[in-house]
Design a protein around this ligand. Sequence first.
Ligand code: TPP
Ligand code: MG
Length: 367
Amino acid sequence: MFNLKTLDKFKPIDDKTYQVIDNDGKVIIKDWIPDLKDEEIVQAYKDLLFERTADFMAVSYQRQGRMFTYPPNLGQEAIHIASGKVIQPEDWLVPAFRELGAWLAKGVSLWEIFLYFKGHEDGSKFLNAKRMLPISVPIASQLLHAVGIGYAMKYQGEKAVAFAYVGDGGTSEGDFHEALNFAAVWDVPVVFVVQNNRFAISVPLKMQTRSLNLAVKGVAYDVKSIAVDGNDFFAMHDVLSFAREFVLKENKPFLIEAKTYRQGAHTTSDDPTRYRTKDEEDEWALKDPLKRLQSYLISKKLWDPSEDEKLIAQYKKKIDSEFEKAEAYPEYKLDDVFDYMYENLPDELKRQKNNYQNYLNHVGGVK
Ligand SMILES: Cc1ncc(C[n+]2csc(CCOP(=O)(O)OP(=O)(O)O)c2C)c(N)n1
Ligand SMILES: [Mg+2]
């Protein structure tokens, strides 16, 4: 069981990383037992497979010209599924833009995500997800919102936690440092999850920072911090659960550096072959989170891999119907783009609106 003593053994300043299973799904910690029931672990595997399938499908819809852009989650799913298991209904989820499985666990519908990436703002409404902010593309800005939410919960005497996500590149933003500083100074209940996927678009980690690792950045602000193997579902689940309890008990923030790798492109507009090697990709493919969890389940006789294909076929049908729902959603009205800023639209905006309306009339778009 992960406790304060374990935390003490993985000091960021010693550059240690908490890991439970190896690349073959074998438990490497003596006497470790999961704090989840067998059926919960099997369900986590299914959720991971669902996220991966939805992610592949999303890329394919974009390639068919049916969606504008999409940031793939491939390789980072263990972080998301473990988060989904730990985050409670009373907790807040403050997303960046690459945590699909965690959003779904919070109650977001897949069709809303597709709608969002089709460029429709109603996709941000998250009708069935309570206590979740919209996707945040301005890097790291969401962390300050998370600290504000955490402070408000503390002020109101709520016993809940805000989980906030950011990437490795985000840790170079001023907002990251301001958020950590305020969270520490005000003793705010926030768990910061840094998804270190080793790239900020084409910028590799070694060009991003001279810090020993990213967890050590939390130490500078007196935020309890730890680096975790982000491709290891059990390691992530142990630490996220511990972090939630710690934050509630101590009323202090916590930072997790989840070490992972973006196996796909940054977004569908990116070509990673221009800035990284096949050798590196092959090396990380061996650490794939889905394969590792699957190997663990097979070794415990909890999973028959021939089930995968059937499940994927079933998932694809469901995902297609979610996408069709997004496609059937009414288009936004042109007025909505212009109407809410000024009482009387300035001439320049009137001109733009007019031009765009003429364009739409010409191409046969929305009237
Ligand atoms: C404030 C800000 N600056 C620049 C960008 C353009 N941008 C979009 S994603 C990205 C890289 C983010 O890298 P990281 O934080 O590691 O997250 P990842 O994409 O790897 O998940 C950048 C620079 C932005 N969206 N917001
Ligand atoms: Mg990154």
